[in-house]
Structure formats: C-alpha cells, structure tokens
Design a binder for this molecule. Structure first.
Ligand SMILES: [Fe+2]
Ligand SMILES: [Fe+2]
Length: 151
C-alpha cells in the first residue's frame, strides 16, 4: 500500500497497529472509489461493492487473527463484526431493487466503519499494544532472571 491511501483514513481513526490501519485506509479508499464509480456510471456498481465487502470480511478475519495471536479476548468484538457484516450485506443485497439509494448505502457503510473503529478497534489497538508490551517485559524479565542466576 502506498502512502496516498492513508489520506482516506481520518487521523482520529488511527489505532497504531500498522496492519489494521493500512487495511482501514484501504477500505476507506475503496469506499471513495465506489462512490466515484457510481457517479461516473450513474448506477450501482455491484462488482466493486462486492469486492469491498470481501475486503471487509478479510479485514475482520485479520483483526480476529491478531487478537488470537496476542491472547486478547475477541468474543464481543467478533460479535460486533458479525452484526456489522450482516447489516452491510443486507443493505448491499437490497441494491438489487430499482428504487435503491446508491449513495445511501455508501453513507451507511461509512457510518458503520467509522463507528466500529471508534468504539471497538481503538480498544483492540490498546489491548494489542498492551499485550506486545507485556511480551517484551516478560522476555526481558526472563533474561534478567537468567543473568541473576548466572551470578
Ligand atoms: Fe473490528
Ligand atoms: Fe477494523
């Protein structure tokens, strides 16, 4: 990912976990691109919207994996992901109706993403940071103890 993509991610939504921040930036860029495509073609761009949804599913899996690897309890966060994915999928499926509001669905996804990052991902970022810090402390503690034992 190039640095240009980060311009789509508001600074307030950075959670300081590079892999997650990069994926959030990619999601916002895809959302902006979907909006532009819909305007240019004056219609709902289903293929692009479905690609965005797949990227969102993969992103949720990434957060679950990082939490698992760090031993962070992800159950509640995972449930929020399922609710978000279910709501967005439902809205995308409703786009098949001729009277569907293309820009309404884009605003809906944007709203969910922003809210989810603020309310859930920020906490995950802190937990992952704390877990990484305690891992470093434990590694050093082990080293210090073995040095003590050697004296
Ligand atoms: Fe999340
Ligand atoms: Fe996220």
């Amino acid at each position: 990912m190039d640095s240009r993509s980060f311009s789509y991610l508001p600074g307030a939504l950075l959670i300081n976990v590079p892999e997650i921040d990069a994926q959030h930036a990619d999601l916002f860029e895809r959302l902006a691109s979907l909006k532009i495509s819909c305007i240019e073609h004056n219609t709902y761009m289903k293929e692009e919207a479905d690609e965005l949804f797949v990227t969102l599913v993969e992103h949720c899996e990434t957060e679950g994996r990082l939490a698992r690897e760090a031993g962070v309890d992800f159950r509640r966060h995972g449930e929020k992901h399922l609710a978000m994915l279910h709501g967005i999928r439902k809205r995308l499926d409703e786009m098949e109706h001729p009277e569907a509001d293309v820009y309404g669905v884009i605003r809906y996804i944007e709203y969910w993403l922003e809210r989810h990052i603020r309310e859930e991902d920020t906490l995950l970022g802190k937990s992952l940071g704390a877990s990484a810090f305690s891992g470093v402390v434990q590694a050093h503690a082990g080293m210090w103890l073995s040095q003590d034992g050697a004296c």
